[in-house]
Design a protein around this ligand. Sequence first.
Ligand SMILES: *Cc1c(COP(=O)(O)O)cnc(C)c1O
Length: 377
Amino acid sequence: MNIIDAKRIWLSSPHMGGKEQYYVQEAFDTNWVAPLGPNVDGFENDIQTYLQNNVHVAALSSGTAALHLGLKLLGVTNGDEVLCQSMTFAASANPITYLGAKPVFIDSEAKTWNICPEQLEIAIKDRISKGKKPKAIIAVHLYGMPYDVDAIHAIALQYRIPILEDSAEALGSTFQGVKCGTFGDIAILSFNGNKIITTSGGGALISKKKEDKQKAIFLATQARDNAAHYEHSEIGYNYRMSNITAGIGRGQMEVLDQHVSNRRGNYDFYKSQLSKYADIKFLEEPAGYHSNRWLTCIETSSYELREEIRSALANDNIESRPLWKPMHQQPVFADCTAYLNGISDDLFNRGLCLPSGSNLEKDDLFRTVSVIKNVLG
Ligand SMILES: *Cc1c(COP(=O)(O)O)cnc(C)c1O
């Protein structure tokens, strides 16, 4: 097909449910056009109800802002070290540096592609032996697949290091029946345009303690002390979610389960069509893991094959993308310490994310699969 004729198939595009504009209109009608209001409270309640487990939710301007405030709440400060899953989006690691702290990167395990328990423990022991006990651990549920919550949290507990759970890609995923976003001392969500639900841009900080939510909102709204005039005894930020974007979020929460089921359907379709090829592998759910399958990713047998598939898809106007380039390979983090086992490097070389939106048509999926089949011969 000619690239000009072929409809663009995106990796992951926004998918509105229908009620979003109703909540946004309501915000206009009542003139709640501000970073507070009934939609913000309503959206926070909707997420709290969805996640259960008595968590507290603060709606913020982005997942990155939530990570920044989360690290602050965990006491991370200038000169500290924070352990961070290497295979992730840069936004997991960047906020460590906003606080003058240093990331130390940990490689992945093959089972989930997430932070490896063995490497994590090696790193903790080594940092402690060097007199630099890590201040926090950032663990990520990449592409919606939960990290090994049991193993990672047991280590964190043993060494008394808090966990910041990056659940930006995993709203709707569960580990042993418990929702992702409820495991960490602090957890975060993202509602960026490419995520499983979106507010165009936005995020949330989730805490177990009510005081942490209150402190997050205090910091996110310029750290104003209680006074008639503007009084500040701490540095604040402008990180609160607006009542307009929260309106979009309320509409999106009504279709979250549908999005999860559509995205899981994409994975099942790709797998049913492609798993007969020895050169293609899929990441399976271990027992007790339930992924929202935010993105369906395949492992090809070689870098060359991955690139062949990627360019064949691009020639047909289909977006696909290599897996996240590990942070320890990023130029900006070249001087950071990393504890490595080769797994994330290998995944980065051979892995590919396929179009995975909850709004893909059956035709889009068939077209994508037929291009891949053509390459495989
Ligand atoms: C999207 C994402 C973030 C950042 O969220 P924003 O809302 O875009 O700031 C953080 N971590 C991971 C793993 C992400 O995928």
